[in-house]
Write a protein that binds this ligand. Structure first.
Ligand code: ARG
Length: 588
């Protein structure tokens, strides 16, 4: 729905227009001086400049019109021509009752929606996950929620890293260990065993060995490169072996992501676009975009205006194999064929040059316009030492280790809080799992996407402060207020809401600002803006709860109104936490 500021902007804009001024200058925003008024409009200054008039005179004229309109209970002038605005109680109440009817809990709705593919997760087959993959999954999942709530059709694609050099490295390592395996026998071309020769645990041991061997020996590296090229050109034994690697990895990944509450609609990968490489190369050739560079085939993407050199995109390596750039370009071809309007990549910001190369090449190829491809980059989650966070005594990050770590910590907190369930009981372990994941996700999302932050488990799982558990707790408390009053959210919200106490008005005003926060989080691809909003709502509810009697209020209609406001708040908090990918326990 329209936010309160949009509604006020319209009102003030009309007053500007009636004065013969540009209505867009009537923009209203939340005041920097909430002690004076909740909203302000500074447009009279710009309007005065344009009309060559005195800003105070313009502000006076607008004020007079606004006072006559009646939606504002107070309009005052400040400084050279600022307008301080206080909506009337009846206007606030009318908007609050509109909010009650809104099936989207006050979220912003786009007028024209799009079909979007969100590329996030991006784990690599057989290689360990790192914090970048974790952040990508958490941020991607929440952007998906934010965009869907605005009306877009959004599909999440995990884009598995399954076609690069690591596959050749693995094949060669296994060949050295078990040369007798049928996959290496070139006289065999079909009928390979169904059972994988390796488990995911084996891969976790084989990959580091394979990668170390390649670092140590140039010969081994050359072997791995040749094996990668052979795999890509279709050698049957290698393909069969590759399929096993992918299958066992995928099974483990599915478990990990499910535990994290992250879903993907598409489980595609680099390899799935292999059939598109040939047609892509052909159309690059047709458009004369492919150039030769020491035996490799590249697309030039540099521009005169670039501040630093952007190297060409490598499409085909000199040994005929394809790499990260080629598979990403082919994936854009696939995404164009699938009819997406927009492609967003939630990937570590250190990969920005790669995306500049790929996007420019795609634009030259005519796949998407450059503004339809976005790299939503992010910073690093660091350990207290300031280096990228790792679990297992400085070793690789295992998602399952990380989840057990946060769950353990959350369990300590949950045991301390020792809540007695009022409804259906959840086990402490189940609650701790939800709390732990919420702690991890909210800690990540509440920082601006592009900044680095420090992993601080004690702070993340605290029930106080700007944390996931604090928000879960706030929602649990709202539900419990309703339950104790013998009602539930659907029933309670039906009552008319009257706003008389300041803390009621403050809460309602904040709830009516959701659309602004949602829109801004959407447009900037910044979930932390929504985190700020929901945290503000929870704090405001807490103030309301301590200032106003709710279930023990004696006046029946005031009691019903306050329960309705509680239900309204709960509905919005739930909607936002759902967008962010955070579950709410039944009790905690
Ligand atoms: N697998 C890549 C990595 O680990 C991330 C993939 C991101 N997505 C993409 N389309 N390039 O760095």
């Amino acid at each position: 729905m329209l936010s309160l500021t949009s509604r006020l902007s319209r009102l003030v804009g009309e007053a500007f227009q009636a004065e013969g001024l540009d209505p867009d200058l009537g923009l209203v925003r939340v005041s920097d001086r909430p002690d004076l008024a909740p909203f302000q409009c500074n447009g009279a200054l710009a309007a005065a400049k344009a009309a060559k008039k005195n800003p105070r005179a313009i502000a006076e004229a607008v004020k007079a019109r606004l006072e006559a309109a009646g939606e504002l209970s107070d309009v005052t002038l400040a400084g050279p021509g600022f307008l301080n605005l206080t909506p009337s109680d009846s206007f606030l109440e009318a908007m609050t009752s509109e909010l009650k009817e809104d099936p989207n809990a006050g979220a912003w709705q786009r007028e024209k929606t799009e079909k979007v593919v969100l590329d996030y997760g991006g784990p690599n087959v057989a290689k360990p996950l790192h914090v970048g993959h974790l952040r990508s999954a958490i941020i991607g999942q929440s952007l998906k929620g934010i965009m869907r709530a605005a009306g877009d059709e959004v599909l999440g694609d995990i884009h598995l890293g399954d076609w690069g050099l690591q596959m050749g490295q693995l094949i060669v390592e296994l060949k050295h260990r078990e040369p007798g395996l049928v996959y290496f026998d070139e006289s065999v071309t079909s009928g390979y065993p169904e059972e994988s020769p390796v488990t995911v645990a084996d891969l976790a041991e084989i990959y580091p060995a394979a990668s170390a061997a390649c670092k140590e020996s140039e010969g081994r590296m050359a072997e791995a490169q040749a094996a990668t090229a052979e795999l890509q050109s279709g050698r049957p034994g290698y393909r069969a072996l590759w399929q096993h690697f992918v299958d066992v990895s995928r099974e483990a990944l599915e478990g990990d992501y499910a535990a994290l509450g992250v879903q993907f609609e598409l489980w595609r990968g680099e390899a799935s676009v292999d059939p598109l490489i040939e047609p892509m190369v052909e159309s690059l050739q047709k458009k004369s975009l492919l150039e030769d560079s020491d035996g490799a085939r590249v697309v030039t993407v540099a521009r005169e205006t670039d501040k630093k050199d952007i190297p060409p995109l490598l499409v085909i390596k000199s040994n005929g194999s394809v790499g990260y750039g080629s598979t990403d370009l082919a994936t854009l071809l696939e995404r164009q064929q699938d009819g997406f309007d927009r492609c967003i990549y939630v990937v570590d910001k250190r990969q920005s040059e790669h995306f500049v190369q790929v996007f420019r090449a795609a634009a030259r190829l005519g796949l998407f316009s450059e503004d339809a491809m976005e790299h939503a980059g992010f910073g690093t989650m660091n350990g207290k030492d300031g280096r990228p966070f790792k679990t297992r005594e400085g070793g690789v990050l295992r998602l399952s280790d990380l989840i057990s770590m946060v769950t353990e910590k959350a369990l300590e907190r949950v045991r301390e809080s020792d809540s007695a369930p009022e409804g259906e009981a959840m086990s402490k372990e189940e609650i701790a799992r939800m709390v732990g994941i919420a702690a991890l996700k909210f800690a990540d999302l509440s920082n601006p996407r592009t900044t680095d932050y420090i992993f601080d488990l004690d702070r993340f799982v605290s029930f106080e402060g700007k944390t996931g558990p604090y928000l879960q707790y706030a929602a649990v408390r709202m539900a419990s207020v309703l339950r104790k009053a013998g009602t539930g959210p659907e029933e309670a919200i039906k009552a008319p809401i009257g706003l008389s106490e300041p803390s009621e008005k403050e809460l309602a005003t904040l709830l009516l600002g959701f659309a602004d926060a949602h829109r801004s989080a959407y447009e900037k691809r910044m979930p932390h803006i929504l985190c700020e909003h929901v945290f503000g709502v929870a704090q405001s509810f807490s103030k309301y709860y301590s200032n106003c009697r709710i279930s023990d209020e004696e006046d029946n209609s005031v009691r019903a109104s306050r329960l309705a406001l509680t239900a309204l708040t709960l509905g919005q908090v739930r909607a936002i936490l759902t967008q962010l990918g955070i579950e709410i326990p039944k009790h905690m």
